[in-house]
Design a protein around this ligand. Structure first.
Ligand SMILES: *Cc1c(COP(=O)(O)O)cnc(C)c1O
Length: 228
């Protein structure tokens, strides 16, 4: 299948999921996860109208962002963050979806160039409660959100999760449902919240059904990643 066909297929899956989910009037944004995939493919998707792209590896991303600087792409950082990488992330990206520590958020705020406007932030939740997984426990959310909301050069936009890697639909639905509850509760306090980032190639329908506003799709758009 060509990239155009894959793109159309993913867009129609999103549209279908939206139409059958209960009362979801909100838009669902597609984040094209382009890690390991070429600049040409990103450019091709851009020409088809795609604007949001997600990258996990800073070095790879910096090269792509530099080469595609003429395009009005909105870049999302969705990989793990080491503190010595925050400056480059703050300078290159529009969004960071993998925030789990205040110290990192603080550095990003300090290092964000004023001219670029605030950096958009999602807090990552370890919704499957797996010991070695990134993200905070739900109980820690209120405290971290309150700290981040004080930082001048960040805007708290929402929550992000990667659920358990399983085909068990019931388990996935339960995790997405808990995310929606956390998100709706947090929204009562923070008016800047408009993003619930959940759902990937295999489970975007389930996620949209549980209120996702942003699905992050790699494999079903670009094909299998070349594993390093
Ligand atoms: C790689 C990645 C994705 C995309 O996953 P696919 O299963 O290839 O669609 C989504 N979110 C994050 C955080 C990722 O690292």
């Amino acid at each position: 299948m060509s990239l155009v066909q894959r793109y159309q297929q993913v867009l129609s899956r999103i549209a279908n999921a939206k139409s059958i989910s209960h009362g979801s009037a909100h838009p669902v944004t597609l984040l094209a996860v382009s890690k390991t995939h070429s600049i040409n493919k990103i450019n091709e998707l851009y020409q088809l109208g795609q604007r949001h792209f997600g990258e996990n590896y800073l070095q790879e991303a910096e090269q792509k962002i530099t080469e595609l600087a003429d395009l009005d792409i909105i870049w999302h950082y969705i990989g793990p963050i080491q503190s010595n990488k925050t400056r480059a992330i703050a300078q290159n990206f529009h969004w960071v979806q993998t925030i789990e520590r205040f110290k990192i958020a603080q550095r990003l705020s300090k290092q964000r160039p004023q001219s670029l406007g605030p950096l958009n932030i999602c807090i990552q939740i370890n919704i499957s409660n797996e010991p070695n997984k990134s993200g905070i426990e739900p109980q820690a959310l209120n405290a971290l959100a309150a700290e981040i909301a004080q930082l001048p050069n960040l805007t708290l936009r929402g929550l992000m999760c990667i659920p358990k890697n399983t085909d068990d639909q019931e388990q996935l639905t339960k995790q997405f449902c808990t995310m929606q509850e956390l998100y709706n509760t947090l929204k009562l306090t923070y008016t800047t919240l408009d993003t619930l980032s959940m759902g990937m190639s295999g489970d975007l329908e389930l996620a949209i059904n549980q209120g996702s506003t942003m699905v992050r799709v790699g494999t079903d758009l670009f094909g299998q990643r070349i594993t390093q």
